[in-house]
Design a protein around this ligand. Structure first.
Ligand SMILES: [Zn+2]
Length: 298
């Protein structure tokens, strides 16, 4: 991916060295024993984790997960090149350019979110989060939170071909911001509240997540159009979408799959919706709520 050719965003906050969270604001959100296992397993496997939208849907609820309780790694020495930050800033800047243009076309105005890079733990308007929570978007403060260790780990495991996979993670969280600006997040949260959780609540969560995947694909379409993608990038993004499907994660963590407990969609659905955005470049191709059973209309 030719990320060095992208415009760097100034909307980054570095909370390096903020340390692990002092406590957990656990009100309103409980993570069951299995959920915990899944969170940790995913964090270990990919650093990705299915909590990122629960955060935005809990009214003031906090993402809670076990703190690793490890001391923060030392900051990079002054003057050292901070490649992670540069990468994130440029991908973020590119999403700002793309969504700025798309919102103008829809007679709207894109308000760019801020992105917080942290290590260990972080305090958000949605509560305290440890790095075990993974990347997430908090609608209350319109910020994307990214754990540095997660990104470095992803880079070490996947190397250069994983660049687009990492960009996809950022673009997915930005997709949640777009949903927030469009009022979709609130609507879904209200509907979830009416549904009282359970299978219906999970279905709504899946549709919201698949839409964020599709919106990430829309960003990818424009990155591709501007010649910023290299051979293998699309495959790397699709591979990431497949790797974080609920069915695959459930099979890995508990050896069986229960679709009614999906919160993000199956691998097949995630790939399909990411591709729906990537192939069309049209936000309106991302109507996961009208489409039957998570199937994009072609
Ligand atoms: Zn998400």
């Amino acid at each position: 991916m030719r990320w060095r050719d992208m415009r760097g965003s100034g909307n980054i906050e570095d909370r390096e060295g903020a340390g692990p969270p002092r406590g957990f604001g656990g009100a309103g959100f409980k993570l069951g024993g299995f959920g915990l296992v899944a969170v940790v397993a995913i964090s270990l496997l990919l650093g990705l984790n299915p909590l990122d939208v629960i955060v935005s849907m809990q009214d003031g609820g906090a993402p809670t997960a076990p703190a690793p309780n490890a001391p923060s790694s030392p900051s990079a020495p002054a003057g050292a090149r901070d490649e992670t930050k540069e990468f994130v800033a440029r991908v973020l800047g590119d999403t700002e350019d793309t969504w700025g243009k798309l919102f103008r076309e829809m007679q709207g105005q894109y308000q760019a979110p801020r992105l917080v890079l942290f290590r260990g733990g972080v305090e958000s308007a949605c509560g305290m989060a440890s790095s075990a929570v993974g990347p997430f978007y908090c609608s209350a403060d319109q910020r994307v939170y990214l754990d540095r260790a997660f990104f470095e780990d992803l880079s070490q495991r996947f190397g250069a071909p994983g660049e687009f996979a990492r960009a996809y993670v950022i673009a997915h969280e930005i997709g949640h911001h777009v949903q927030n600006l469009m009022g979709i997040t609130d609507k879904v949260a209200q509907e979830r509240q009416r549904a009282g959780g359970g299978a219906r609540g999970n279905q709504l969560s899946v549709r919201l997540e698949l839409q964020a995947d599709c919106l990430a694909g829309v960003w990818g379409f424009y990155a591709k159009q501007r010649g910023l993608l290299e051979p293998g990038d699309v495959e790397s993004g699709l591979g990431a979408a497949a790797a974080i499907g609920d069915d695959r994660i459930q099979r890995q963590t508990r050896g069986q799959v229960s679709p009614e407990s999906f919160t993000h969609g199956s691998s097949e659905q995630r790939v399909r919706w990411f591709r729906a955005g990537l192939d069309s470049g049209q936000p309106r191709a991302c109507d996961t709520f009208s489409a039957g059973a998570g199937t994009p209309r072609s």
